[in-house]
Design a protein around this ligand. Structure first.
Ligand code: PMP
Length: 774
């Protein structure tokens, strides 16, 4: 029933516009409530204190179902946490009252809650932060099985909508530095927590444990006695409760991660948190701050700008967001974990025992990285974690391309593995589906792809195809190249046969010089491409005229093991043409540089304007799952089909195809190629001046970078490079390694989810290691 009680029409924006006298009259007429009346601050609704009660007049657009959900939730919490004073509704359902313009307002009378808001209470400390965590956990327990259709609604304060809300508010943020910060931090959250959000438990949450809504008994008290305002109640991720509580508590705190840790400690005293929930905590605090900035900017703009009140309240949000931008996710996570927690899934055996058993069972040819080998038990994003929980920023693993243990890739693998995994001699839709998706990423002339299990298998198959297509036997490779671990590939990898345990170059292999314009044979930028091309052509000619004849020229668009080299512009395209002119096929080894790592393009050879006949793929293609591929032209594929079957027991199995598809999905959906371009550019921009100052060179494209260290600008300094690698792992928890024929190039090729903040941390650590205490 709707009552007409002569109320003024709401404002244009839908906010009710009752006077205190109107409210007083309404309380009496509707509820028989008498008492001194006073208006309380509220943004979209109107609230009036009437004696021991509060008259709540909702914004005209409020969905009555949402109000019903709020009232039901208050009653549920009151029953579960009797010690907590709450705004209990006096009646079962809101009253409907028509205004003079005919629009309907929903009016409720609730209990006034005594207490001092945290915002007005004395200096906070860990005890109060733990109490906040306990409150968040009590709410979770109280609302564990609470369901209400009115809680399923779209509101801007739903953390799951955070990214969209930020995007809408961004154009209104006037200060360009603040806008960039909000944009970068939101992007960082999308990459770190974004993939994890779908697996977080959901339920109904109060969703606004801010310091005006949480009440303590007195100004110095710690015990929480009351809770107000269920107006943001929504069905969303349950972690929203402790995250929002912590976000307000840590504003301007000297140690924001410490505050978050205390809130979570309190929370965990009642409700356990899963690994994934814990991982999302700091990223979602960042997101909440970004949402706050974006919403304030939009509100200010809508009101015509210049809202001094908003600016004051936003100061802490902005300062805290800037402070948290400098916090490393991995290190923070280590502080948030329970102190007594066994690390990893199961408690691993001691590292020393593993090392001994490994040496005994695997033989000494298997090497370990770093003087003090790492015992890594789990990974996520651009981070690896050791058995003690220490986080390492991974700047070198180009296999975990879309981030270590990406949940979508892991889920695709697990789902398909649970259904079927078998060889390619049965019809299965995933093989052609993956083939089509992969070939979409190549233009003409590429029409065919074969799936194998590693980069080595891909190059091995490419060699066989090249031989079948040309009738030749010999190959030309670049000095310093590595193409794989099979007998044939080791024989055509100068990186191996010229190294320890090596042997003389076989007669079927010819070397062209490494096209290195920094320390290579030709350095004049005006002529280097031509000189290197002459040398490549000469090697092709030697292979063509030697017994067996030319089959193939293998090259990476940017030689990786050769030292993260960027060849002079124009060399690769002309070298591939020269290989064809000499009767061979051109093979682009994209095992390291492919799949968007170079940022500007999907493939390294594209960035060079070169067109190979065969492309080999590995490492990133399966994000850690053993997968490889050979992509080629129809002509080459047909020449290879000479009657002998190509069978590869594991190559192209449904699980591998599912993984390959998931990797492509993530690359595309998360825009990782463009991200690699942005972060890589910024990183190279900071590495270049550093390299100049320390007498070296920084180079590369996207997130395929190298920092070459020399003694005097020319002679290699492998000792210093090795020292930097050791210092960074020990002191900074940053993983790097060296490459190049002289082992003096620091290679930087992290998972593509590497953030701007990660890049800044790497540069600072390198500056310290190379300049401040070299
Ligand atoms: N080609 C290049 C350029 C590589 O770097 C590697 C591995 N380091 C391979 C091929 C061989 O790949 P896999 O180890 O997967 O066999």
């Amino acid at each position: 029933m709707t009552q007409a009680l002569e109320l003024p029409a709401p404002r244009a924006d839908g906010r009710p516009s009752l006077s205190v006298a109107d409210a007083s009259r309404l309380a009496r007429q509707l509820f028989g409530q008498e008492g001194p009346a006073e208006e309380l601050p509220s943004y979209a609704d109107q609230n009036f204190r009437i004696g021991p009660r509060v008259l709540k007049v909702a914004h005209v657009d409020t969905d009555p179902e949402a109000l019903a959900a709020q009232d039901a939730a208050v009653r549920r919490v009151a029953a579960a946490v009797p010690a907590l004073a709450l705004p209990m509704p006096v009646e079962d359902a809101p009253r409907r009252v028509a205004c003079q313009d005919g629009r309907v307002l929903h009016v409720r009378l609730v209990d006034w809650v005594d207490g001092v808001p945290l915002a007005d209470a004395a200096a906070p400390g860990p005890e109060r932060h733990r109490a906040l965590g306990v409150l968040a956990a009590e709410l979770r327990q109280a609302l564990e099985r609470f369901a209400h259709p009115g809680a399923h609604r779209t509101i801007d304060w739903d953390l799951l909508r955070g990214a969209a809300v930020v995007e809408r508010g961004l154009p209104h943020i006037g200060d360009p530095a603040l806008r960039r910060l909000v944009e970068e931090e939101t992007d960082r959250v999308a990459r770190s927590a974004g993939p994890l959000l779908p697996s977080l438990p959901t339920g109904v949450v109060h969703n606004d444990l801010n310091d005006h809504n949480v009440l303590v008994a007195g100004p110095g008290a710690t015990r929480i006695v009351g809770l107000l305002d269920f107006g943001d109640l929504v069905h969303t991720v349950r972690v929203a409760e402790p995250i929002i509580a912590a976000t307000y508590a840590l504003l301007d705190a000297p140690d924001p991660v410490g505050v978050l840790a205390s809130v979570l400690e309190g929370y965990r005293s009642l409700v356990p948190l899963s690994d994934v929930e814990l991982e999302c905590m700091l990223p979602l605090v960042r997101l909440r701050l970004c949402v706050s900035v974006a919403q304030a900017a939009r509100t200010t703009a809508e009101r015509g700008g210049g809202d001094a009140y908003l600016d004051v309240s936003q100061g802490g949000v902005r300062r805290t967001l800037a402070a948290l931008a400098l916090v490393d996710d991995g290190r923070a996570l280590a502080r948030l974990e329970p102190r007594d927690r066994p690390r990893g899934r199961v408690t691993p055996p001691p590292s020393g025992a593993i090392r001994e058993a490994r040496a005994r069972t695997a033989g000494p040819a298997l090497s370990l990285a770093y003087t003090a080998p790492l015992h890594i038990v789990r990974g996520r994003g651009a981070r690896l974690y050791d058995h003690s929980g220490r986080a390492y920023l991974d700047c070198v693993n180009n296999v975990a391309h879309v981030g270590h243990e990406h949940p979508r890739v892991v889920a695709a693998l697990a789902e398909q593995a649970a259904l079927l995994n078998t060889n390619t001699r049965y019809l299965h839709e995933l093989l052609p589906r993956y083939g089509e998706r992969l070939l979409e990423r190549f233009g003409p002339p590429f029409e065919v792809c074969w799936l194998v299990c590693s980069g080595s298998e891909a190059n091995e198959l490419a060699l066989r195809m090249a031989r079948a297509a040309t009738g030749g036997r010999n190959v030309v490779v670049l000095d310093g190249a590595y193409h794989g671990n099979t007998s044939a590939l080791v024989e055509m990898s100068p990186y191996k046969y010229k190294g320890p345990g090596g042997f003389a170059r076989p007669a079927w292999v010819q070397e062209a010089p490494l096209p290195d314009p920094f320390r290579g044979r030709f350095r004049d930028p005006n002529t280097a491409a031509d000189r290197y091309l002459e040398e490549t052509a000469a090697a092709l000619d030697r292979a063509r005229t030697a017994p067996g004849g030319l089959a193939a020229f293998f090259a990476e668009a940017m030689p990786s093991c050769g030292g993260q080299v960027v060849p002079p512009a124009g060399w690769l395209a002309r070298a591939f043409d020269a290989a064809r002119a000499a009767g061979g096929v051109a093979v682009a080894d994209e095992v390291q540089v492919g799949f968007g790592r170079v940022g500007s393009h999907w493939w390294g050879f594209e960035a060079e304007g070169a067109v190979p006949d065969i492309v080999t793929l590995g490492k990133p293609i399966g994000n850690g799952h053993p997968l490889g591929a050979v992509v080629t032209t129809r002509a080459v594929a047909e020449a290879f089909s000479n009657g002998m079957e190509y069978f590869n027991t594991f190559g192209g199995n449904p699980v591998s195809c599912a993984v390959g598809l998931a990797v492509l999905d993530v690359l595309e959906d998360e825009g990782l190629r463009a991200h690699a371009a942005q972060v890589g550019d910024a990183l190279l921009g900071r590495l270049r001046p550093l390299a100049e100052r320390v007498g070296g060179q920084a180079r590369g494209r996207g997130l395929f970078l190298g920092l070459e260290l020399t003694r005097d600008g020319r002679s290699p300094d492998p000792e210093r490079a090795a020292r930097v690698v050791e210092t960074l792992v020990e002191r900074d928890g940053i993983l790097l390694s060296t490459d190049g024929p002289d082992h003096n190039v620091l290679k930087i090729k992290p998972p593509l989810v590497f953030s701007h903040a990660d890049a800044a941390r790497l540069v600072e650590a390198l500056e310290r290691a190379l300049e401040h205490d070299p």
